[in-house]
Design a binder for this molecule. Structure first.
Ligand SMILES: NC(=O)c1ccc[n+]([C@@H]2O[C@H](COP(=O)([O-])OP(=O)(O)OC[C@H]3O[C@@H](n4cnc5c(N)ncnc54)[C@H](OP(=O)(O)O)[C@@H]3O)[C@@H](O)[C@H]2O)c1
Length: 279
């Protein structure tokens, strides 16, 4: 098959590599993308097309792996090109967002949700699929590294699963960083760390690892927190946890792509008011 990957980011490139290993041609679109995306795509052996419309000539399927906040706009751009084939959205979006896309695409929409880090080691990462085309999309993958799992015909089940999973992982990360910032602001940091060492073993180390692991990606988590808040509200549950988590990640936004951000830099970013973090 000829499969168009939008776009080869850190996760997307590993989904494309799984498709390549499964025997497909993988196309990517250079228009609007950075040098980092270009390098990832070229290193992986994907076929470059200059513009979106060019990529759809003879294409069998589109796989979207992009910032969650852009998922609908990427799909609209694809439809604007007159593309008529299957469309797998694998982004971290609310079931409401997935259903809105499904309404536009009908049976051509396949819902996806990715859990785990970029798929470089067998067993680390799973792509969950749902919707009427999920069984067909499962057959695109014949790979030992990326796990692909179907979870039924509901057009938004894979997105719902991803929202539940990330609500805890990224929500608790934001809470932990917010608590460290609060203790710092109230001048009780040393006393809190001492108490944690007595009664919450491992939390100090976890906070440091969380700061290092999230700083560069926080800008992208903001949109994901908004999707999770929409999911809670849609289910009639309080969504304030994740609206606040979004604000924490927004404050960390200026650390985008910083390779060496540590807890101190993250605390500085969180404790400044939005818009002044890099001043
Ligand atoms: N990374 C993970 O560990 C992980 C884990 C689970 C799920 N996911 C999901 O995978 C998706 C993408 O993650 P990722 O790690 O690949 O992100 P990423 O490394 O930030 O890459 C995002 C890709 O989308 C492109 N992009 C940036 N801004 C865009 C825009 N406004 N419109 C369209 N495309 C844009 C980027 O291109 P340029 O930067 O070149 O502009 C890049 O190629 C998200 O939905 C995320 O929730 C990721």
């Amino acid at each position: 098959m000829n499969i168009v990957l939008l776009h080869p980011g850190q996760m997307g490139v590993t989904i494309g590599q799984a498709l390549l290993r499964s025997g497909h041609e993988v196309r990517w679109v250079a228009q609007g993308r950075s040098q980092q995306t270009r390098q990832r795509a070229h290193r992986s052996g994907f076929t470059e097309t200059a513009e979106l419309i060019e990529a759809f000539d003879g294409a069998d399927a589109v796989v979207s792996v992009c910032p969650p906040s852009e998922a609908q706009s990427v799909m609209d751009q694809v439809l604007g090109c007159g593309y008529q084939g299957l469309y797998l959205d694998a982004n971290a979006v609310a079931p409401e967002t997935a259903q809105a896309m499904a309404r536009k695409l009908g049976d051509r929409y396949i819902d996806g949700g990715i859990i785990g880090p970029p798929a470089q080691t067998a067993g680390s990462t799973r792509l969950y699929l749902s919707g009427s085309g999920a069984d067909a999309a499962l057959k695109w993958f014949d790979d030992d590294i990326l796990g692909v799992v179907t979870i039924g015909s509901d057009a938004s089940a894979a997105s719902s699963l991803k929202m539940c999973y990330a609500a805890y992982t990224k929500g608790s990360s934001a809470l932990l960083l917010a608590v460290r910032a609060l203790a710092c602001s109230l001048n009780v940091e040393d006393a809190l760390l001492n108490e944690w060492s007595l009664s919450q073993a491992g939390l100090e180390t976890r906070a440091k690892a969380t700061a290092r692991g999230t700083a560069a990606k926080a800008w992208r988590f903001s949109g994901e927190m908004a999707e999770i808040a929409t999911t809670f509200a849609g289910a009639g549950l309080p969504n304030g946890f994740h609206l606040a988590a979004r604000e924490i990640y927004d404050r960390m936004g200026p650390l985008k792509d910083s390779a060496d951000a540590d807890l101190e830099l993250v605390m500085n970013a969180i404790l400044q008011t939005p818009g002044t973090a890099d001043s």
